[in-house]
Design a protein around this ligand. Structure first.
Ligand code: FNR
Length: 390
């Protein structure tokens, strides 16, 4: 509500307020292949479409009898306090959207009090992102490398740099069939983008046969870039993942572990039993498997199977009311992917802050209109199943 009054008092904002407006502005701001890398999904993009459409099948019911306390959107997940239940999802190669990349996002998140979940595949080394916003709250998304020394090195670095939780990526052991990437002949990692955490890692440089950093350049020459891209393809992530692996991960880090990419109730139960501290329902924003199952449709069953373990959600969240729907269906907080990258593309730090403030304003107002005080008060009673709006 604060942001709304501020914008209206100022006579407007340089940034759009609608979801489509943001997307169109980002399309105009970026080279085609960069925009399509961010916007695109796998295959025919049915999962991508379904993720958004699923929210239109739920209506929120509002309540007018109330005690008059203002809504307080703050919450705490895995020991991390946040000003409202929206985090920046891990997204690699933010440098495609803006030269200040993850650093700009870190500063924006810190100003709003939102958590930044930093991708393994960043443009900028994780230490530098932490230094860009020392007061910020951050988690580290961990793609489990197929090399134990590299795995432990990344985890140790994240811990030392002040990341307070590990988000284990579960769904990226093979590349999604991304048709727009194929149309454009553009895979950023093959061109040396997204290797910030790897090129700054002594173990990775050893595996790639690059001279040891800091003596060697962080951005190698063409031959070095090829060697790094090859090594990244080889070691980025191990093929197997079993619930028992969580025990090994736990022996390498003291941080709480959230597993990302959970869509099935049976797996939720196994991961809970295996020792996960939180589960993240996500289908990678429809970028991996194009089967048309919306992530939101997986949320209630996973939340039930999680049996009290915190459940987070992403894939398709676009508005503050989407956040309410996901919370009413069992999520403790949500993450946004493309939206923050669009904000970054159109306005750097200010653009990401704008996107977060819009979600915060809309969420907080809608929380009050549903008659609630805190995010945790939302429940299925606030929802009505409605026919999809065409
Ligand atoms: C992603 N996502 C992602 N996830 C992850 O665990 N590690 C990563 O490096 C990336 N990289 C990435 C790049 C880009 C350009 C996008 C759009 C997404 C997935 C991301 O964390 C999240 O699951 C989805 O983006 C959520 O869906 P929405 O909000 O984009 O619909």
């Amino acid at each position: 509500a604060g942001y709304q009054s501020k914008v209206l008092a100022a006579g407007g904002s340089p940034f759009p307020f609608t979801v489509r407006g943001l997307e169109e502005a980002a399309r105009e701001a970026l080279p085609r292949r960069a925009f399509e890398y961010i916007a695109g999904g796998a295959g025919r993009e049915r999962t991508l479409a379904a993720n958004e459409e699923a929210f239109a099948r739920w209506g929120l019911t509002y309540k007018i009898l109330r005690d008059g306390r203002p809504a307080d959107p703050s919450c705490t997940v895995l020991g991390t306090a946040m000003s409202f239940p929206v985090m920046l999802a891990p997204a690699g190669v933010a440098g495609l959207a803006h030269p200040e990349a993850e650093n700009a996002a870190a500063r924006a998140a810190a100003r709003v009090g939102a958590v930044q979940v930093l991708s393994s595949a960043t443009s900028t080394p994780l230490e530098e992102v932490a230094e860009a916003a020392p007061e910020g709250r951050r988690w580290f998304q961990f793609a489990w490398p197929d090399d134990e020394k590299l795995a432990r090195s990344l985890l140790d670095r994240a811990h030392k740099a002040g990341y307070t939780a590990v988000v284990l990526q579960g769904d990226c052991h093979v590349a999604g069939w991304r048709t727009r990437e194929l149309d454009n002949g553009f895979f950023p990692f093959g061109r040396g983008h997204g290797l910030g955490n790897y090129l700054s890692d002594p173990r990775f440089r050893e595996l790639a046969g690059l001279p040891g950093h800091p003596l060697g350049a962080l951005r190698p020459d063409a031959a070095g870039t090829r060697a790094a891209a090859d090594a990244w393809n080889r070691y980025y992530t191990r093929p197997a993942l079993a619930p028992e692996d969580l025990e090994r991960l736990r022996s390498w880090t003291d941080l709480p572990i959230a597993v990302k990419g959970v869509c099935r109730a049976d797996e939720a139960a196994r991961l809970r039993d295996g020792g996960a501290d939180a589960l993240i329902v996500s289908n990678h924003g429809g970028r991996q498997l194009d089967a048309g199952t919306a992530a939101l449709d997986c949320l209630p069953d996973v939340a039930e199977a999680a049996a009290g373990l915190p459940v987070l959600f992403d894939s398709g969240v676009r508005t503050g009311t989407d956040v309410l729907i996901a919370l009413a269906l069992g999520a403790r907080a949500v993450m946004i992917g493309r939206s923050w990258l669009y904000g970054l593309a159109i306005g750097g730090e200010a653009g990401v802050e704008h996107v977060l403030r819009c979600l915060q304003g809309e969420f907080t107002g809608a929380l009050a209109l549903t008659g609630h005080h805190r995010p945790g008060d939302l429940s299925p009673a606030d929802l009505t199943a409605v026919p999809a709006i065409p």
